[in-house]
Write a protein that binds this ligand. Structure first.
Ligand SMILES: C[S@@+](CC[C@H](N)C(=O)[O-])C[C@H]1O[C@@H](n2cnc3c(N)ncnc32)[C@H](O)[C@@H]1O
Length: 260
């Protein structure tokens, strides 16, 4: 099943966009999730550090829901080919402007993504994106990723939000990061701007797909994947979780630790 079978190409509903907010529209517009450029740079520097150990040297990586991908060049230095895909057209346009013909980085359109052949990806990265994919569609998305994997391919799903997490914990984590990286004032203003924006309405109406570790284990197993929870989350939000998954059939031949 291709991504185009998952509702619309981005997995978003085909209802009236005036009255039904969706996450792709949210990310397609300027938003206050990142306080400023310093925040974005510190965020991607952290991702680059945390992801380094998982990037297959000389391999092919699909960064799904990649956002502005400020670490793309450094990541592509390590892996052979980096495919960047983001469902928000405005994000994609920015990436295309930065990487019009990079030898190792290719920005994928929806059609490019749908046309990726089976078995060609060594690592699917999905960092901080699962929460924006409607729950009912997550299984199909995971199955599609599984079909893309090479013989030793893996899926790294990071920044999974536990539904029991109070929003204050995310706020505290953002402020701690801002303090460490010298953008505390901007972060405080950013939190104010976010509170005044339509973020909470979109979150309430479009849904925010949060999973307990047990739910993640079930979701991944239903998609034919076997996963291990990583000891620490990839990225700057330590209370969220990361999972490294591979096809269950492959795992059966070579046992690995189960999701906690
Ligand atoms: C929080 S940002 C994460 C960006 C990057 N992965 C990172 O960790 O910084 C979420 C990104 O996912 C993208 N996104 C949201 N829903 C998506 C979907 N259904 N398919 C692909 N990308 C999606 C958004 O456009 C946005 O750029």
């Amino acid at each position: 099943m291709g991504f185009h079978d998952v509702g619309t190409p981005h997995g978003r509903p085909t209802t009236d966009r005036q009255s039904t907010p969706d996450w792709v529209d949210f990310w397609n517009r300027p938003n206050a999730i990142y306080a400023n450029r310093r925040n974005l740079e510190a965020h991607f520097a952290c991702l680059q550090r945390d992801l380094d150990a998982y990037l297959p040297p000389g391999g092919t990586v699909l960064d799904f829901g990649c956002g502005d991908a400020l670490a793309a060049e450094a990541m592509a230095e390590r892996c052979g080919t980096l495919y960047l895909y983001d469902a928000a057209p405005a994000v994609r346009d920015r990436l295309l402007a930065r990487f019009p013909d990079h030898p190792r980085i290719k920005v994928l359109t929806d059609a490019d993504l749908a046309a990726l052949p089976a078995g060609g990806i060594d690592l699917v990265l999905a960092v901080s994106v699962l929460q924006y994919i409607p729950r009912a569609e997550a299984g199909d998305v995971l199955r599609r990723w599984r079909g893309l994997l090479s013989a030793n391919g893996r899926i790294l799903i990071a920044d999974v939000v536990d539904p029991r997490t109070p929003m204050l914990r995310d706020v505290a984590s953002q402020l701690a990061m801002a303090h460490r990286n010298g953008f505390l004032m901007a972060a405080l203003f950013g939190i104010g701007r976010l509170a005044l924006s339509d973020y909470r309405r979109v979150r309430r109406e479009a849904g925010f797909s949060a999973y307990t570790p047990e739910e993640m284990g079930d979701l991944l197993a239903e998609a034919g994947l076997h996963a291990a929870a990583l000891p620490r989350n990839v990225g700057p939000t330590p209370h969220r979780r990361s999972f490294l998954a591979r096809p269950a059939a492959q795992a059966a031949e070579e046992p690995a630790p189960n999701v906690q």
